[in-house]
Ligand binder design. Sequence first.
Ligand code: SF4
Length: 335
Amino acid sequence: MSNNKYLVEVENLQKWFPTRRTMGEVFKGQQRYVKAVDGVSFKIERGEIFGLVGESGCGKTTTGKLIMKLLDPTGGKLIFDADDVTHLDKVGLDTYRQNVQMVFQDPYASMNPRFRLRDVLEEPLIIHKKGGTKAERMEMVKKALNEVRLQPPEEFMVRFPHMLSGGQRQRGATARSLILNPKMIVADEPVSMIDLSTRAEILHMMKTVQRELNLTYLYITHDLSTARYFTDKIAVMYLGKIVEMGVPNDVIDNSFHPYTKALITAVCEPIAGKVNRIKEVPIKGEVPSAENIPQGCRFHPRCPYAIKECWEKEEPVLEEVEKGHFVACRRYKEI
Ligand code: SF4
């Protein structure tokens, strides 16, 4: 293991998807792109929970897939544990996948319905040739089920996915992600399909496991209220770029970017003992298409504070406005 403080370093990561070309574009040799991720940079410390937050279509899931290496980037760099993993061959990918595991939004869809839970958990061990004998593999399965508090493990191992509640299935999915002893877990909306009453319980379990095993999480969500509770650092994404980043108290209670303010005021979350002092930000219209990103500040068509400079000058970059608090807005002091 490297001594580097950061487990993940993302530098100017891009994922552009080419669109279908019209006849005119074919003759002119032109190609348009949907810029799902358009120059994203951040670092995740070892043992940290880093949250990527934003509306649907902001690029957070594509960023997660790039970090999981389910997609190849169009540009930029991805460093994991001090190694450049931007482009990996099959052997490199195999090792990387053992170190970085994923928890999906829908645990039911990610499990073979004909497999008992013990088979679901044993499968990655067989694929990655871990655990010598069947008995050793079953011991590893029991250990993982104990870690996610599916106890007694013998009782849950024989159940099929449909015999588990939503919360138990997500615990099972988390156990599967832990079985290869990874360094990092990418959790994409892990509680959005679970009953409200069980969400806090699952997030608490994930946090306990993270502390016990000193894991690093990338937590992807549209839900600022769970991000506040669960993460150590938050990055807010808009149209393929990060617009604000910092610790939850700064980003949520002391936000500077108009888009973050609008997201916060859209969440009607009463916070015990706190007065929500962020005044409502009336943003206009819908998120523009990632195929047609506005020039200048990409938020300007929706921003109530936009002035001529915002679309005439170059796009504002993330700058550190307070210690550890980054914002991409040239007018953050005035609004
Ligand atoms: Fe709004 Fe201008 Fe700031 Fe962009 S740079 S968020 S348009 S005020």
